[in-house]
Design a protein around this ligand. Structure first.
Ligand code: F6R
Length: 247
């Protein structure tokens, strides 16, 4: 695990984009695992810039997103598919057929989860997985207590997550109660991982993930077991680490 501390959110995003771009130049048909949320938006902006100004080519890239709400169609403005379209896919030359986001409207969700895992295998596994981290140490929708060996499956959102998400919907009743998420076992099979974190409210989670015991109570702590993981954080998110790390 390589911990890289950058001055601020912008620098963190650029460092991550540099790594993604280098892997993509080496392997044009890179299989990229993607996250939603506010953290990777700067990384996606930088990748879009590299595409537009430097010709970074996404035409052969295959993507797999971590998660999606159950019950929201792809065109719903709170669906993760919509988020990805707006923040990345609509601005790069990616082929629609190579984009994979779990389908929250699938008739048989369990069969769909199995199919999702098969697709990842079919494309040779995820080369590079981008992760954010929740303030409670979650990765994707794997909340504290999730099995460290889990696969893609349905998860019930915690009351806290439902409350946190209510601000994006007209009322709390409209917030989805279930989601499809890649499992921790699925994520750990990625050949490389970049975990990003920015801001003071992530400092405790980053400390627990990087320096704490490996425990299901902090799902992100499993990253200590990964053979090639980068933890790229800004100074605020790194502020509780006891060891000195540099950029
Ligand atoms: C999103 C995801 C979540 C987020 C996490 C951090 O696909 O899997 O685990 O990465 O909740 O969210 P932000 O970046 O909004 O702080």
């Amino acid at each position: 695990m390589l911990v890289i501390v950058k001055e601020n959110y912008d620098e963190m995003s650029k460092e991550a984009a540099k790594i993604v771009a280098s892997r993509l130049r080496r392997k044009p048909n890179l299989v990229l695992g993607l996250a939603t949320g506010s953290t990777p938006v700067g990384l996606y902006k930088e990748l879009i810039r590299m595409h537009k100004e430097e010709g970074l080519d996404f035409s052969k890239v295959v993507t797999f997103n971590l998660d999606e709400y159950i019950g929201l169609p792809p065109q719903h403005d709170q669906s993760y598919r919509y988020f990805m379209d707006v923040n990345l896919f609509n601005h790069i030359n990616i082929e629609k057929r190579y984009i994979h986001v779990p389908n929250g409207m699938a008739d048989d969700i369990e069969a769909h989860c199995e199919w999702y895992e098969e697709q990842i295998k079919k494309f040779g596994g995820i080369d590079l997985q981008i992760l954010g981290i929740g303030a409670n140490g979650h990765i994707a929708f794997n909340e504290p207590g999730s099995s460290l060996g889990s696969r893609t499956r349905i998860k019930t959102l915690t009351q806290q997550t439902i409350k946190d998400n209510a601000r994006f919907f007209k009322s709390i009743e409209e917030v989805p109660k279930y989601a499809i998420t890649m499992g921790i076992g699925t994520i750990m099979e990625a050949k490389e991982i970049i975990l990003l974190a920015s801001g003071k409210n992530k400092a405790d989670a980053v400390k627990a993930a990087v320096e704490g015991p490996i425990t299901a109570m902090c799902p992100a702590s499993i990253i200590q077991m990964h053979r090639k993981a980068f933890v790229i954080v800004d100074k605020e998110a790194a502020s509780k680490l006891s060891q000195e790390f540099t950029g």
